[in-house]
Design a protein around this ligand. Sequence first.
Ligand SMILES: Cc1cc2nc3c(=O)[nH]c(=O)nc-3n(C[C@H](O)[C@H](O)[C@H](O)COP(=O)(O)O)c2cc1C
Length: 309
Amino acid sequence: MSKALEIKIGKLKLQNPVMSASGTFGCGEEINNFFDINKLGAIITKTITMEKRQGNPSARVVETASGMINSIGLEGPGIRNFLKGKKDFLKKLKTHVIVSISATSVEDFKIMTELLDEQSYIKAIELNLSCPNVSHGKTLSKYKLIAQDPKATEKIIKIAKKYTKKTLIAKLSPNVTDITEIAKAAENAGADAISAINTLTAMAVNVEKRRPVLGNIFGGLSGPAIKPVALKMVYDISKKVKVPIIAIGGIISAEDALEFILCGASAVQVGTATFVDPFTGENIVNDLEKYCEEKKIENISSLIGALVV
Ligand SMILES: Cc1cc2nc3c(=O)[nH]c(=O)nc-3n(C[C@H](O)[C@H](O)[C@H](O)COP(=O)(O)O)c2cc1C
């Protein structure tokens, strides 16, 4: 692979700026059997919580115009079972492993960060402060989510920072009045990078049954439908913070990735597109490489924020 796609996020040097988005990619043997995960710049695991979680009642996903709504609700085995079950596989990977975590107490954030810090094969932690399908609880945030409250965002990042030297990424919510205020709080607290955006709160209705489609009534909208919203948020954040931004939201092609990079992103994550074509991430890497070759771009980082307005 050429060096044209190499980028830096915090302490991490990535072979390319394309990552899998949390919750949309298996991160296990099952996917590695037909897809070479090591082609990606990094993989981000499904968000892990302290204890096992069942998630929300079904139905938990529904297709919508140019996207989907999910209300999975952070189903997962809990951090200790996750580490036991996935360690052997994740350790073998050559690409960077980033683990996503969420919690409903300061204590759990602290314990989980410490546990991950002990694992040398885990290169960074993404703090999911923004899942619309859970509540972080009133003790942590003034609102439903940590990423809706700048003070709570700052507090949790400072705690995590205290317990790990690994690169810390704060994943933000679009469900706010001003995402740049939260991004600034994250940067001030020591976040090494910002991921934006998580899903937008949404719902779908079944007219025949006169009922919501999702068991949880509400969910989070993702896919191409949210790309223009995400682009604007990434652009706005890039004007307010210096740390790298990892863009997420409806990315299905190298052109989408380049749009985000021009708007100030250093890297991108691919989520919903993976459900349509599991090879999307790899295709984007190949197409970005071709683009740099054709345009004689020595390193893709020269395009970060290069939008002419
Ligand atoms: C089925 C599904 C599950 C998701 N689970 C998580 C999760 O566990 N943690 C998280 O931070 N984001 C989660 N997300 C949000 C994605 O990581 C991403 O931020 C969002 O879908 C927007 O990107 P996209 O339009 O490329 O999908 C999930 C999204 C989907 C569609």
